[in-house]
Design a protein around this ligand. Sequence first.
Ligand code: ATP
Length: 296
Amino acid sequence: MNITIHNVEQVYRNNSHALYPVDLEFHEGVYGLLGPNGAGKSTLMNILTMAKKPTSGTVYCNGVDINTIQNEYKSRIGYLPQTFGLFPALSGREFLMYVAALKGLSKRHAAGRIQELLSALNLNEVGDQHIASYSGGMRQRIGIAQALLNNPKFLLLDEPSVGLDPDERVNLKNLITKAAQDATVIYSTHIVSDIEALAGNIIIMKQGRILAAGAVNQLTEPVEGLVWKMNVDYSGLATLQDKYICSSSSRSSDGIEVRVLSSTPPSAGAEPVYPTLEDVYLYLIHQDKIKGESPA
Ligand SMILES: Nc1ncnc2c1ncn2[C@@H]1O[C@H](COP(=O)(O)OP(=O)(O)OP(=O)(O)O)[C@@H](O)[C@H]1O
């Protein structure tokens, strides 16, 4: 499925610009949509799922304006919103049957698909218990299951890993990889590690604008030569963090190994390193500060 967004803009009544005119194109595969709080990720997802009408601009599905094929388009979508309501008095299975009916799935087909998804999401044992008794992670997995019910060709997941334990995060990644074999998947998050190995394409947003879009190796190019690795002690780390954008730090045999974003070497011992997606993300989000920095 080919989705094209042309000149899509969202301005709220209070004149806040959630999206400046955006042009994007999605094909089959996983797209990571990264951005800090308020970047406009959920607004974009709501427009793509037709939950929200944009102030202006058009979304095309395989070249056709989605407004002219609403029902067909919606039947091919699976959506996990950032927040969603579940009926606590229903069991997970009953809730999924209810959503399947709304999506127009036949009862027989739905029953088989729901069993498949309860197993895939490790919810078999609790599938017939009331949702009221579910943990946060179990509720999130029911949300993921409802998004996958109709084998969507366009799957949109807003912060899907929230509340999932490490095992379930791995399981989620495997499910998404499988779904993306013949579907377009958009995975929205502000957690870079969630999508680093999963998404072939990354879109980075901030304050309603697209800062960069492309494959990870395309995005790293402008950041090459701007990332440094060095060892410091705890007080040295605090000093560095005051002056520079530090992308990650980990304990090492020589104290703390820290990655620093800087246009010049932050110290004599700093060693240049190849940028990761997290480096790219922090660079793009904080580039004004990095460009205007005063080195040590
Ligand atoms: N109904 C609304 N009325 C006015 N402004 C809104 C409304 N909904 C969202 N906004 C604003 O639009 C901008 C983008 O919000 P959005 O929820 O799309 O961001 P996000 O990237 O999904 O953030 P988060 O990671 O926190 O979920 C924010 O500045 C937000 O305050």
